[in-house]
Design a protein around this ligand. Structure first.
Ligand SMILES: Nc1ncnc2c1ncn2[C@@H]1O[C@H](COP(=O)(O)OP(=O)(O)OP(=O)(O)O)[C@@H](O)[C@H]1O
Ligand SMILES: [Mg+2]
Length: 278
């Protein structure tokens, strides 16, 4: 096909030899199959900020690490430089997350580069070498559902071990190759330590995946992996090869209201101090 304008710089740089076809056009990006030498890869072209769901990006941006303080200051200002910096952080976030996942032992596409808002990554294929289906496109036995669900819960654990919560995990962002599930679509991955929404995002990720597999294996509805993993995180006991149980005992004792009020007061005083220091 004719080379799309956004991919032309990669062709000029010799990173891409040919654009084969458009694979998918999603909310945040368009994915193309491209040929790089002998290999077929995926090129994910991010839509620019104006075309993305901005509210979502603010929620996810919290706690995201930026490369230097000049960049951080610029991002806080409404200048063109600031917007460009923010855009660059967003665009390289997925490359960074994919590299981190590879190190953490989570199956995900191998990432090659991110140039001018285009991520080049390995194409995930099925046993015949065709583009792998999404989890949403396949059905399976109860036995396989339990096994693959457990695999993904371990991926979630390993992501937490390197401080990451996927943030948009669902049957649409997991592909199935001949060896099982492969995690994709991570531009919104959040830092578990720096983001106040991390726990609820983890719970939502786990709930999406569990509900999906529970269609084939309803027993999975009785599991509580998000709570189990979050508790391990809080106790500093996360380890990549832990055997998770999916069991969690929810605390039954009444909330300690005095303690909660005390914590709110401490937070208020800290905020006053912060405002004074600014
Ligand atoms: N590495 C890959 N190998 C094979 N197919 C892929 C790969 N990356 C993406 N795809 C396909 O392209 C689709 C869109 O990719 P992705 O989910 O990363 O982008 P997106 O724009 O954020 O999508 P959406 O907004 O719909 O979630 C995926 O559902 C998948 O079918
Ligand atoms: Mg997606």
């Amino acid at each position: 096909m004719k080379v799309p304008q956004r991919i032309q710089p990669l062709v000029d740089d010799g990173l891409v030899d040919e654009v084969l076809r458009s694979l998918m056009s999603g909310k945040e990006a368009q994915v193309f199959l491209v040929r790089c030498g002998q290999e077929i890869r995926c090129a994910k072209v991010y839509k620019d900020a104006a075309n993305r769901n901005f509210k979502k990006s603010v929620q996810y941006q919290e706690g995201r690490s930026v490369r230097n303080s000049r960049q951080r200051r610029a991002m806080g200002k409404r200048t063109k430089f600031g917007r460009d910096q923010q855009e660059q952080v967003w665009q390289t976030a997925e490359l960074d997350a994919l590299n981190l996942l590879a190190k953490a032992g989570v199956r995900a596409p191998k990432a090659y580069s991110c140039v001018d808002g285009v991520l080049l990554m390995e194409m995930i294929t099925d046993a015949d070498g065709d583009v792998a289906p999404r989890l949403n496109d396949i059905s399976m036995s109860a036995e396989q559902a339990v096994k693959d669900h457990s695999t993904i819960m371990h991926f979630v654990l390993r992501m937490m071990c390197v401080g990451l919560v996927h943030g948009d995990l669902s049957e649409f962002n997991v592909l199935q190759d001949e060896n099982g599930p492969v995690i994709i679509d991570l531009p919104q991955a959040v830092n578990a330590a720096g983001n106040n929404n991390a726990k609820s995002m983890l719970q939502r990720d786990v709930a999406n995946i569990t509900q999906h597999y529970a269609q084939f294996a309803p027993v999975l509805l009785d599991t509580h992996y998000a709570e189990e993993i979050w508790e391990l995180h809080e106790k500093g006991e996360l380890k990549p090869d832990l055997q998770l149980t999916g069991k969690f005992i929810f605390p039954t004792e009444a909330a300690d209201v005095d303690l909660v009020l005390h914590l709110i007061e401490v937070a208020r005083l800290e905020e006053l101090e912060r405002l004074r220091d600014e």
